[in-house]
Unconditional design. Structure first.
Length: 234
């Protein structure tokens, strides 16, 4: 069997539970990407995209005939949006790193964290509400496991990824709202590795928030965490 065929079919059996290896591997790529994002490394984006592709096939369980046989359209849809936003974020961080080198700045970080402005925060809140309502309506038409929770997870994930690309400290807080809803949703769907990783993310994003909070304070031009301070490359 070729490696792709093995990866698609390989299963791990624990008691009466069947777990796909591509779910485990996809989540490990996601965790590696999160670590890279916290450290502000450009490689976080392509690594995350590998995990997105693998997890897309996991969350459409009925379509790809997985043991769970549940279609989580919100979880699957966010993998598609992740790839699209990651391409943009990858390009944005690469441009910033290139500009830093051109200016003689030898920092290894691809972005300088900052707090979003008041207007940007209001936009995030409005988009979270509107996006959740829209996807709740859409999933009512196409069907999904956990219509409201899936809409909330998909919208929050998109906004968090966008915030990461912009260098906003708040993106970690958005991830916390996603994790709080994501863990029980994935447990009910029988996707235990993904639920476990969401739980790990819960502690990780708090750590990441603290790291970026300190960086926003220490690396801002005046040494203060000024919400109006613009990120490098903005």
């Amino acid at each position: 069997m070729n490696p792709i065929g093995w990866l698609f079919d390989a299963e791990l059996h624990i008691g009466d539970s069947t777990i796909l290896w591509r779910e485990i591997i996809g989540n490990l790529f996601g965790l590696a990407s999160a670590i890279g994002g916290m450290r502000r490394r450009i490689w976080a984006w392509p690594v995350g995209m590998v995990g997105n592709v693998l997890l897309f096939t996991v969350f459409l369980g009925a379509v790809f005939d997985t043991p769970q046989a549940q279609d989580l359209w919100g979880q699957a849809g966010r993998q598609v949006f992740f790839v699209a936003l990651s391409i943009w974020g990858w390009h944005r961080w690469h441009q910033t790193a290139h500009r830093n080198r051109a200016d003689g700045n030898r920092t290894r970080h691809a972005v300088r964290p900052r707090w979003a402005s008041t207007a940007e925060r209001l936009q995030l809140v409005a988009l979270y509400l509107v996006g959740t309502a829209f996807f709740w309506w859409l999933f009512g038409i196409i069907g999904s496991f956990g219509r409201l929770t899936e809409a909330w997870i998909l919208t929050g994930s998109m906004l968090a990824t966008y915030g990461m690309a912009r260098g906003w400290v708040e993106f970690w807080l958005i991830w916390i709202t996603v994790d709080l809803v994501g863990v029980p949703t994935l447990l009910r769907a029988g996707l235990y590795p993904s639920a476990a990783l969401y739980a790990i993310y819960g502690g990780f994003v708090i750590w990441g928030f603290v790291v970026w909070l300190r960086a926003a304070r220490d690396e801002s031009p005046d040494g203060l965490a000024d919400p109006a301070t613009q990120a490098v490359g903005t």
